[in-house]
Design a binder for this molecule. Structure first.
Ligand code: ADP
Ligand code: MG
Length: 276
């Protein structure tokens, strides 16, 4: 597949904004399949990308192109049929506390635990922290997402946006090498979604985590990401990789932003017809 050369990611040496970053995650020629009794569904084909420390790396593609499957593979829940995934040079062999996922669904928090317990519990189990230390760290991250006063609330009393904030605090408190997010704001109303995108960027400025973020929204990809991997429709193949660190919500009305949206749309959908 020949991608639009103007959109291909420039040589690494041209990038000034991450001279000091290191390669954390290497996904090399990964194909992923689901095998049911009747048939084999190929979800992604020969996908490669690298995520560097401090990246906000976005996987962008239409519904069904294998984004969630790729994220599950990075999470260690699915094994590639070919290719390899490694983190810090070590092959990924199953789930681990170094990769934490935030999902789209609002019901990812056990409802019988308070907000504080939701965030502290994985710290006690996976990080073996004592109660006091786990609570202290949980409160630290709840403060970062603005939920200090809801520490003792139960999830069902929270709005969708607040539940996602708890899920983000819980994930960040684990201090993973890579934070994985699978369309975390897709079920929110437009205004809350935009607010959450802004908050995520603010958190990133503050905590400087490494993010692998999945979305099917071109605008969201451009705003959230510093790099975007475009995936073709099912089965997902790499269409192009591009830089997007120059965009924010302030870019929305601007011509260059609208041009990028249009070009990505073309790469994702329209060129497919002629490329076949
Ligand atoms: P996306 O997240 O990009 O919408 P998915 O990764 O969920 O896409 O799915 C990729 C492809 O794999 C789709 O064609 C989907 O129907 C298929 N698929 C997903 N989950 C399963 C499953 N458990 N069993 C069989 N096929 C699946
Ligand atoms: Mg998905």
């Amino acid at each position: 597949m020949v991608a639009n050369p103007t959109l291909v990611f420039p040589e690494r040496s041209e990038l000034s904004n991450r001279d000091v970053s290191e390669k954390l995650l290497a996904v090399e020629n990964v194909s992923l399949e689901y095998r049911t009794r009747e048939r084999i569904v190929r979800a992604t084909h020969d996908v490669s990308f690298d995520v560097y420390g401090g990246d906000r790396f976005v996987l962008l593609g239409p519904s069904g192109c294998g984004k969630s499957t790729l994220l599950k593979a990075v999470g260690g829940f699915i094994e590639p049929v070919s290719g390899s995934i490694s983190l810090d040079g070590q092959a990924v062999r199953g789930p681990g506390a170094d990769r934490i996922v935030v999902f789209q669904e609002f019901d990812q928090l056990p409802p019988w635990k308070t907000v504080l317990q939701n965030v502290a519990f994985p710290l006690r189990v996976a990080k073996k922290l004592g109660r006091a230390e786990a609570n202290e760290r949980a409160l630290h991250y709840l403060e970062k997402v603005g939920l200090t006063s809801f520490a003792n609330a139960y999830p069902h009393t929270l709005s969708g946006g607040m539940k996602q904030r708890v899920a983000i605090a819980r994930a960040l408190a684990m201090q993973p090498r890579v934070l994985l997010m699978d369309e975390p704001f897709a079920a929110l109303d437009a205004l809350t979604r935009r607010k959450m995108q802004e908050e995520l960027l603010r958190l990133w400025e503050e905590v400087k985590f490494t993010l692998l973020f999945v979305t099917h929204s071109i605008e969201e990809a451009l705003v959230v990401g510093n790099r975007i991997l475009l995936l073709s429709p099912h089965p997902g193949r790499v269409r192009a990789e591009l830089n997007s660190h120059q965009y924010s919500h302030d870019s929305f009305g601007r011509n260059d932003f609208q041009r990028s949206v249009a070009r990505i749309h073309q790469l994702l959908f329209e060129e497919r017809e002629t490329a076949r």
